[in-house]
Design a protein. Structure first.
Length: 287
């Protein structure tokens, strides 16, 4: 056992972490040093321990891997001064996906997250028809020191873009980063701007395109503007017209998608519906 001790007087807790290389578990011992009332154990631990989200801590509690003074405890337990908490964290399971040496255009990286410029033609995640050669396969090869998310060695995808769309993707390396990024997308404090190009000259120079989106009636694998679809809108800010060749023009549309709360719930954040700006720009041209 290799003990690692740490005392944090400002936050009011003491921890001792043990790494047992002969065991599949990592242990964290924590002695609570706070008098603040009505603090749930799960939320308190999530604030104090790095790289463990509240949902992950709740799962560990439900499995009996968190004890309080040597006894099983509930997530809702109000913490008290000098209580001792033992957390046993299972080692992350290997990903079923294969790491692949695919070149990445990395724009930013630290121990918490990585920002990648995805080229057109690269699929984000393995799926039917694309079992390998994806961005996730490349990230597994590049990020050799992932601590694990949800008990599995994998990068945390918060959002996706279509195969034929290029652009920046932010990917979490830790549970805490994934949880924080997901909250930003849910609260719409994280802004996304798409740049679409449509044939012809669009007027006016600014505006909002509102049209219901849903599964195509011709091809159920595709999404499009359909009658009875869910409400969605794309706001275009500052349309720039570009000359392509002597025979025609295109219009570049910096667009920001806006989803109705009943249209795209957080668990579906990474769905193929992120092609909304492209669908709306196609509709704008047809109008």
């Amino acid at each position: 056992m290799i003990p690692i001790s740490n005392t944090d007087q400002e936050n009011g807790f003491e921890t001792q972490e043990s790494a047992d290389h002969s065991s599949e578990y990592r242990e964290i011992r924590l002695r609570i040093k706070t008098h603040q009332p009505d603090q749930r154990l799960d939320s308190y631990l999530a604030r104090q321990i790095g790289n463990l989200s509240r949902s992950r801590i709740q799962a560990l509690i439900e499995k009996g891997l968190v004890t309080l003074n040597g006894k099983p405890v509930k997530a809702s337990h109000p913490v008290k001064w000098d209580e001792e908490v033992l957390i046993r964290i299972p080692g992350p399971k290997p990903s079923p996906l294969t790491p692949e040496p695919i070149d990445l255009d990395i724009r930013y990286e630290d121990e918490h997250l990585i920002v990648v410029n995805k080229p057109a033609g690269l699929v984000v995640h393995p799926a039917y028809g694309h079992p390998s050669g994806t961005l996730v396969n490349a990230l597994l090869y590049h990020c050799r020191d992932l601590p694990g998310i949800g008990g599995e060695l994998r990068p945390g995808l918060v959002h996706r873009i279509d195969k034929d769309t290029s652009g920046l993707l932010v990917v979490a390396k830790t549970e805490k980063a994934l949880e924080g990024l997901a909250k930003q997308f849910k609260k719409k404090t994280a802004e996304r701007t798409y740049r679409a190009i449509a044939w012809g000259h669009l007027t006016p120079s600014q505006g909002r395109i509102e049209a219901p989106l849903g599964r195509s009636r011709r091809n159920r694998k595709l999404f499009g503007v359909v009658t009875g679809g869910k409400e969605a809108s794309t706001a275009g800010a500052g349309v720039l017209t570009l000359s392509v060749h002597a025979g025609g023009q295109t219009t570049m549309l910096p667009a920001q998608p806006s989803y109705n709360s009943t249209y795209l719930s957080p668990p579906s954040l990474a769905s193929s519906l992120v092609s909304l700006p492209r669908l709306h720009c196609a509709l704008a041209h047809s109008i």
